[in-house]
Design a protein around this ligand. Sequence first.
Ligand code: GDG
Length: 464
Amino acid sequence: MSRLIVISNRVSRPNKNGEQGGLAVALAAALRQRGGIWVGWSGDTTDKFTGQIAFNEDEGVRTATIDLEEQDVDEYYNGYANRTLWPLFHFRIDLAEYARDFEGGYNRVNQRFADTASPLIESDDVVWIHDYHLIPLGQLLRKKGLKNRIGFFLHIPWPPTRLLVSLPHHSKLVEALFAYDVVGFHTEEWLESFRHYVEKEMGGRVDGDFITAGGRTIQAIACPIGIDAPEFVAASNGTVAAEMYKRVCDSLQERAMIVGVDRLDYSKGLEERFNGYARFLKDNSQMQGKVVLVQIAPPSRSDVASYQEIRATLDSLAGRINGEYSDVDWTPIRYVNQGYPREKLAGIYRSARIGLVTPLRDGMNLVAKEYVAAQDPADPGVLILSRFAGAAHQLKDALLINPYSPEEMSDAISKALAMPLEERKRRWTAMMQSVQEQDVSWWRATFSQRLEEAAEVRQTEDVE
Ligand code: GDG
């Protein structure tokens, strides 16, 4: 079996306290099974880039990391990745910043990744590159002569062509994707937008999964990521989760709990969620004092101004809603800016009657799947899910809403609170089936298989 080389912006080193996300666990499992290396940025900075690689091995997973310069982090990570591509790909061209320095830094760091990774790659290794930080990396590796199978997976949405063309040098970015053998998106919707761009802007040809442009044919597929369902179910039934469940339930004093868990990011629709919940309290005065929204929102990307702004906005909005509706013995929103270990999170999900997952745009959204997996099968809660999350394509038995509409959110909360047990069970069973069938192992195996097959296609082409 060929080795696997995973390359992503950050490398998640396995640790023993269970803080790793499902994606990291799945990729680590693949690396352990096949052998290989996980390559990426250490998260640390250095005064002068040396290209020196730090090798580590944790629990059978080899990692290779590099430090970047302060300027790299500003221009590549905080700049082009998180101030240009992230907002644009989440349909927020109002927030996207187009600066030459950012683009220059992005290309420079991708080159640094290529220089670092290429000597580590052996001729029959399979290379799997992740996410918007590293779109040009495959092309840079090809320029170094790599003939390996190289796949790319985009974890965020692919924007409609009309939005993407607002990016200076957009064609260069998209052309770079044609260096890969397989390009993966979470949903048909993102894949459709990609195909549209290729046909309209590049004069390319689409033939099922095969897409040809500029003389090169790649496979572009929809392959939705999942969670580590068995692990999450086990965590939900474990003692840490049970303790957390009890702690939360005791604090609720019979009140119904609604939970949200999101990185503090404007794409997650937190402002709209708070407003929708306030609308529910206004429309249903009899429910005041009987329901609590627990919003867990650990800060992220706090060096970027738009993230500082959303934090300030939410601080004041939560304060305003609490000020307006609180009573001496009840606070409607518990707004928590800290993260919790996964086992505790599982207990929090289970104690909530409603999971409120309302991003304005999301590549997939794993929280929705985690909420489903954490439920008690005998008395499951209700998932309210944004129709603009990739997860909505699979979790069709959630209450799907438009997150921009406070009325829809208010109505869905009312409906969820009143939903009979039989209907809750029916909806949950269907969603749980999807979460279990298309879990993270399925995702990894499906993508890897395509990449292996792509190699055969290429070899056949070579022979001809
Ligand atoms: C990107 C795409 C796509 C959150 N708070 C805590 C915590 N989390 C964990 C959740 C979940 C993960 O973070 C968030 O994943 P999401 O999928 O919801 O969102 P993004 O971070 O934006 O991820 C997204 C994903 O990539 C994978 O392709 O689904 O669309 O945007 O696992 O549980 N984990 C812990 N404590 C917290 O307080 N331990």
